[in-house]
Design a protein around this ligand. Structure first.
Ligand code: AMP
Length: 284
């Protein structure tokens, strides 16, 4: 596996692979890799000739400096894991490499309100930062396929919209949420959970599972009310629990309103913010 820190070097390498007719799969990450990330890279290895993973803790998508500072960084271990799954290239750029001072690289497109709800409502500027970095990385890697997780459902929805608006010829592949044995969605931030909080964190998954069951015989407003109550666990603070149309991300009241309906939530587990979601109707 090659470890590359310079964009120009990576571009030259990719150009050579493309000239030889090889397809490129790209998985952007912020490192502290776990099974969730590896599932994306494994899928890329299955589908593509060359698989690239980037590890870049993107400062522009953090709306809280403490979250950025405390974000786990485990580069050495990440590289060992990537090597083991068979990743071809890992791209580890510096902040200056991605954001040269003289360039304005923000992405200006109409998101039709996709960034105004849920994560967007609680993390101002977050999706502007995500779009900026994904566009820059996709431009550098010139990938044929881009791999993202359903875990960040709103992020995936916004990137799908961005690729379409910018007319990029890239296949966006979404991979299912990988969970710990008790159901907690895997996340780099889980490392920061204290044991007494971690032991109750599976309740988020339990609530989502129960919500899906209740869809059969209760109304969506009733279910939302129940879920918001059920998430009030000592030590936990739910930020939102919404049931939305999976394309527009607007609230739905009736299950007939869309063929894709998703329950999405963010919960503070002591000092750590966790997100999770479950598809209640349809599939991605
Ligand atoms: P991150 O490093 O948190 O930016 O995540 C990089 C990619 O991995 C994103 O596309 C995430 O949605 C995906 N991802 C993170 N956690 C999981 C998980 N538990 N299951 C599947 N994909 C995940």
């Amino acid at each position: 596996m090659l470890v590359v820190t310079n964009s120009r070097t990576l571009q030259d390498l990719i150009e050579r692979h493309k000239k030889e007719g090889r397809s490129i799969g790209f998985t952007p990450t912020m490192g502290a890799l776990h099974k969730g990330h590896f599932s994306l890279i494994k899928r890329s290895i299955q589908d593509c000739d060359i698989s690239i993973c980037s590890i870049f803790v993107n400062p522009t998508q953090f709306n809280e400096t403490t979250d950025l500072e405390k974000y786990p960084r485990t580069l050495e271990q990440d590289c060992l894991g990537l090597e083991e799954v068979g990743c071809d290239i890992v791209f580890v750029p510096s902040v200056e490499e991605i954001y040269p001072k003289e360039y304005n690289t923000s992405v200006n497109i109409d998101l039709r309100g996709l960034d105004k709800v849920m994560e967007g409502a609680h993390r101002p500027g977050h999706f502007a930062g995500v779009m900026q970095v994904v566009k820059l990385l996709v431009d550098i890697t010139d990938c044929d396929r881009l791999y993202m997780g359903q875990k960040d459902f709103q992020q995936f929805t916004i990137i799908r919209h961005m690729l379409k608006q910018l007319k990029y010829d890239i296949e966006l592949v979404v991979c299912p949420i990988q969970r710990a044995a008790d159901g907690l969605a895997m996340s780099s931030r889980n490392k920061r959970l204290l044991p007494e909080i971690r032991s109750d964190a599976n309740n988020i998954y339990n609530v989502l599972t129960e919500v899906k069951k209740r869809m059969q015989n209760e109304s969506i407003p009733e279910i939302k009310q129940w879920a918001r109550q059920a998430l009030l666990i000592p030590g936990f603070r739910p930020e939102y629990f919404d049931i939305v149309d999976g394309y527009t991300l607007r609230d739905v009241e009736e299950s007939t309103e869309s063929d894709l309906i998703v329950a999405c939530t963010a919960v503070w587990a002591a000092e750590v913010r966790l997100i999770d979601n479950m598809i209640l109707k349809g599939h991605l």
